[in-house]
Design a protein around this ligand. Structure first.
Ligand code: G3P
Ligand code: MG
Length: 243
């Protein structure tokens, strides 16, 4: 099937985002891949969480950059979503890879370094990817163009994607200058010409965040390479009917 379904922060419509329960559900729901967000702790451990701060998705407070992994492990990252998930902890990238390594899933690591440009994030992510040898299944993405330049040096053979939510007439040219193999665009930027032109330049197009049936159908019709959804079970069903 051409258009791949990526579970956005795991199956985050059904379980707390970026945690093992949401990743497990994504796998059970037959998503093709999982997207997750990576920050760096005070003691330089790559950890999976969306925000720079723990406030929204845990019972704690403080910035990831100011907390150690041991401190983060004491937090409850599930109760905010539902009492059913009480006791769920945040995952390190290493723990995520341990879980996913033998499952047939693609992995999109979004480096969350557009607000805080963590020094050494690329290097630390590199160490973990080397350890697990998952290079062929990974797509690295970020909104930060400087990070994409660094990623090219660390990972010349790993797929890299520019994330963007801004309209830009010269987007494909920009992607080429950054030497990325993919564009991860916000849904409202999706247009047939953009997809066609990107494909002519051998640049893949994936779309976030696609939760409504009609948006999913647009992505399928326009032959996007993939889309990110909080509801992978629904997306897989829609794709089966469409294709
Ligand atoms: O990687 C696609 C998407 O996750 C980007 O936005 O804020 O949901 O991480 P956000
Ligand atoms: Mg993300």
């Amino acid at each position: 099937m051409f258009t791949k379904v990526f579970a956005h922060r795991g199956a985050s419509g059904y379980a707390p985002e970026n945690t093992l329960p949401s990743f497990k559900r994504a796998y059970e729901m037959e998503a093709d891949g999982i997207e997750t967000d990576v920050h760096l702790t005070k003691d330089h451990v790559p950890v999976l969480i969306h925000d720079e701060h723990v406030r929204r998705t845990t019972n704690g407070k403080g910035w990831i950059k100011d907390l150690t992994m041991n401190e983060l492990k004491t937090l409850d990252a599930g109760s905010w979503f539902s009492p059913e998930f009480a006791g769920t902890t945040m995952l390190t990238l290493e723990e995520f890879f341990t879980w996913i390594q033998h499952k047939p899933l693609r992995i999109n690591l979004e480096l969350k370094n557009n607000k805080i440009d963590y020094p050494h994030l690329e290097a630390k992510v590199y160490e973990v990817i080397e350890q697990f040898q998952l290079q062929d299944r990974i797509i690295l993405s970020t909104f930060n163009p400087h990070s994409l330049q660094r990623l090219q040096k660390w990972f010349p053979h790993v797929e890299r994607a520019l994330l963007t939510s801004k309209r830009n007439k010269y987007l494909i040219q920009y992607a080429k200058e950054l030497n990325v193999q993919a564009l991860h665009i916000k849904y409202n930027l999706l247009a047939p010409q953009l997809v066609e032109k990107s494909h002519r330049e051998n640049i893949a197009v994936r779309v976030f965040t696609v939760n409504r049936t009609n948006q999913m159908l647009h992505c399928l019709k326009q032959k996007c390479d993939g889309f990110f959804t909080d509801f992978p079970a629904h997306a897989v069903k829609v794709r089966k009917i469409y294709q």
